[in-house]
Design a protein around this ligand. Sequence first.
Ligand SMILES: C[S@@+](CC[C@H](N)C(=O)[O-])C[C@H]1O[C@@H](n2cnc3c(N)ncnc32)[C@H](O)[C@@H]1O
Length: 370
Amino acid sequence: MTGPMTVADYMKEVLVHPHTGYYINKDVFGQKGDFITSPEISQLFGELLGVWSVYEWQKIGAPKPLQIIELGPGRGSMMQDILKVYSRLKLNDSIKVHLVEISPKLSQIQSNRLCESLNEGSMDDLSYRKGITKFGVPISWHKMIEDVPRGFSCIFAHEFFDALPIHKFQKTENGWREVLIDIDPKHDKLLRYVLSPGPTPATKVFASNDDTANHREVCPQAGVIMEHLAIRLEEHGGFALIADYGHLGDKYDTFRAFKEHKLHDPLIEPGSADLTADVDFTFLKKSVADKLVTLGPVPQRQFLNSMHIDARLKILLENCKTEVECKNLSSGYKMLMDPDKMGERFKFMALFPAVLEPYLNQMRVAGFQD
Ligand SMILES: C[S@@+](CC[C@H](N)C(=O)[O-])C[C@H]1O[C@@H](n2cnc3c(N)ncnc32)[C@H](O)[C@@H]1O
């Protein structure tokens, strides 16, 4: 480190540095990792997202092939449960899967979980690996959404946007300043926050004098990805579902770290803990307002409720072979739905091309009605 760096540069360096990044070389999920996500907690989650996508796709006339794209697929569990749904409905022949994953280690875990056969090395397109899933569906891996072929798509992003780098701003009597990270002069192995002495490129572009807040977090990369999704959906058709913990522009100071399932100081032992910030859904909506209709965000329990999670749980419980299985299903359900656990804090937002607006008003989008 040669001088103070922005929080965004720090997050990028810590999370996705090609050699030492937190996500790059290890499996960070589950009881032995630092955090657990909904698709890892229960199959109910991915299955209901699969049902949602089949339903919305068929309402639009089921154009083929359908590209199912997932941004940041973690261990691949959600895609596995989504593919189970397509397979049971005998829709495998109509789909292709594209995973956008920056981490070699996680992409390896995804292919071990999902694939029957693999082909690695140099490709004739912008993928870095291809295969055929255990369900017989072609699958490919890409570093960036921009590398995924154009075509009618259903795009999922679960706990993806919260991992993207944010800038942090602080209002002072001299105007907005950027929060930077610097070496602590008293302990050269420790880091500390400092304020930029004047405006920075990021404060000039993203901080507004009309803002009544004193602190602000902005994620420009999220804006860029949203704009790309908007162009893709507008030009080639499709729809998207974004789920994450987040707010409506009314939370200001959410940057934090998780290590071994506990809150951790983001500046201590960088690389040993996950860094994250709540997603500002209002910012995401604004980034695509000229091209897309956005629905939500609605709380996770509302979305899963209106996708009939109770009915699916009942069927699974009736088919349980052991008491442990039953107990796991029930506790997973509680974790996903309880307002004090993941039910309220996690939110769902759907994106459709604006041209479909009149049609969406007649045929309401599943999961977004009370
Ligand atoms: C918090 S994890 C969520 C994983 C999964 N969606 C789940 O819910 O279990 C974030 C995922 O996004 C990936 N990721 C993070 N930053 C990325 C980036 N800039 N481009 C592509 N993938 C990224 C990580 O490697 C990981 O797979």
